[in-house]
Ligand binder design. Structure first.
Ligand code: MN
Length: 474
């Protein structure tokens, strides 16, 4: 097993010193877990190795791979943080310790809350801790069928409650979609199998149409000097389940089938879109330009749904290679693209560009008890977002239910402190009215305004607005 692992690493890393360290971590973990077995009957070491392999697929750095191999040694064996630091350095020790601190949930609600809090706040320390933890969870979910039914349900619920949201938040769609489907398969076995079966049938039925489109688009693009790579993509079962459980039919989901069209340059994405629209009529109203306005987790792509052959609706997702990596792997894609700087770039990007992370330490600081912390996190991270615009078209992302006061404070403290009215899409609305997707919001201020009323704290949604109103009142 060790040999195969090293072989995989050598595909992208031939630094002998690092490879030696990884081999050492392997030996250490194997020795530490000796005599321990998974519920599947396999030796325990297969689990950390599986986690390490998924990281190797992401071209992770040596420290992260060592940490993955060692990630259960602190909790389950006699190993200590000091010893790991001595042998593998302080970075590896920090990662292993971070993963260990996020112990698995248990039944006690209060512990559960504290654990969630640790899980979320550890993103701040080093995002690699969370990435290891997500992959750890993924492997545990993949091998969950060996556990009792009760434990399957409990684990699946915990996973849906928090891990999938974090994966989504970090742009780790690969992990998110696999986790969601696994959870559904444990929680709603019958529905899962029904959708899976129908999906297979639809896939089979549309193979001809998709192949035709694949060939046509390849031909059109290459004859216009746009080299492309095209991949098929089917919506994940959990997403379909979400739609179907609201009363929809599978066949009516407009982005059930998609082609991922991968190009070299972002300008080519727009050219490709034009060429595709000339060939296949687009369905109006479903066009999205996430290249101009990326999602907050870094997702960039053009989405357009077109009428393919035989009345098949097919979504075209047009992006460059680099975007495609980010879209599948989120921040982990930095391991592919940023070389030695990857891990520090990951962390700095996270702190700089992920709005939620910026407010995370604020939430952690403001909310003294775990219940309040959980409520605020749910609002900011789990409840979904709306995208609204400033009058000059800058897209602002806010949690659902946010109003013009949240919007104003998001942009600038002064704007929030002096807000008196809000014009949304050309019409005046109450500053307390929740905003909707695509609203264009203009804030009217007054220099002589007395400032926010302290009671507004209960009317705003974001932690930033709450804090700023509180500060103003002091
Ligand atoms: Mn583990």
């Amino acid at each position: 097993m060790k040999k195969e692992l090293i072989k995989l690493i050598r595909l992208y890393n031939n630094n002998e010193e690092e490879i030696k360290k990884i081999e050492m971590a392997y030996d250490y973990a194997e020795h530490a877990h000796e005599g321990m077995y998974r519920d599947s009957g396999e030796p325990y070491i297969t689990h950390p190795v599986a986690v390490a392999v998924m990281l190797i697929e992401r071209h992770a750095d040596a420290d992260t791979i060592c940490a993955a191999l060692l990630h259960d040694t602190l909790e389950d064996t006699k190993a200590t943080k000091e010893e790991i630091a001595d042998l593998f350095g302080s970075e590896v020790a920090k990662l292993v310790d971070g993963v260990t601190k996020i112990t698995n949930f248990n039944n006690k609600t209060s512990d559960n809350r504290a654990t969630k809090r640790k899980l979320i706040t550890s993103i701040n320390a080093d995002v690699r801790i969370i990435i290891i933890k997500l992959l750890d969870r993924l492997h545990n979910m993949k091998t969950l069928s060996y556990k009792s039914l009760e434990s399957q349900k409990r684990n699946a619920m915990e996973t849906l409650e928090i891990y999938t949201h974090i994966a989504n938040y970090l742009g780790e769609y690969e992990i998110k979609e696999q986790l969601e489907d696994l959870c559904l398969s444990f929680l709603k076995r019958d529905e899962y199998l029904k959708i899976k079966e129908e999906l297979e049938r639809i896939k089979l039925d549309s193979t001809g149409s998709l192949k035709e489109m694949y060939d046509t688009i390849t031909y059109i693009l290459t004859s216009n000097d746009i080299p492309c790579e095209i991949k098929y993509r089917v919506k994940n079962i959990y997403d379909i389940y979400q739609k179907v459980s609201k009363g929809g039919k599978i066949i009516d989901i407009h982005n059930l089938l998609a082609l991922r069209i991968i190009l070299n340059r972002s300008l080519e994405c727009y050219m490709a879109m034009g060429l595709i629209h000339q060939q296949y009529h687009p369905l109006t109203g479903l066009f999205k330009d996430y290249i101009c306005s990326p999602k907050k987790n870094g997702y960039k792509s053009i989405h357009t749904t077109v009428f393919g052959p035989n009345e098949t609706l097919v979504q075209a997702r047009i992006r460059t290679k680099e975007m495609d990596l980010i879209n599948n792997y989120g921040l982990s894609s930095f391991w592919f693209t940023k070389g030695n700087e990857a891990s520090s770039e990951m962390q700095s990007t996270l702190m700089r560009e992920f709005q939620f992370i910026k407010s995370l330490s604020e939430i952690d600081h403001e909310c003294l008890d775990d219940i309040e912390f959980e409520r605020q996190i749910k609002k900011d991270l789990f409840s979904g977002n709306i995208y609204v615009c400033t009058p000059n078209g800058e897209v602002i992302e806010l949690p659902i239910e946010s109003n013009s006061i949240d919007f104003a404070y998001h942009i600038h403290t002064d704007l929030g402190n002096k807000i008196i009215r809000a014009i949304v899409n050309g019409e005046e609305i109450s500053i307390f009215t929740p905003l909707k997707d695509n609203d264009i919001v203009k804030i009217i201020t007054d220099e002589n305004s007395l400032g926010p009323h302290i009671g507004w704290i209960n009317k705003v949604h974001t932690i930033t607005a709450k804090r700023k109103i509180k500060e103003f009142g002091k």
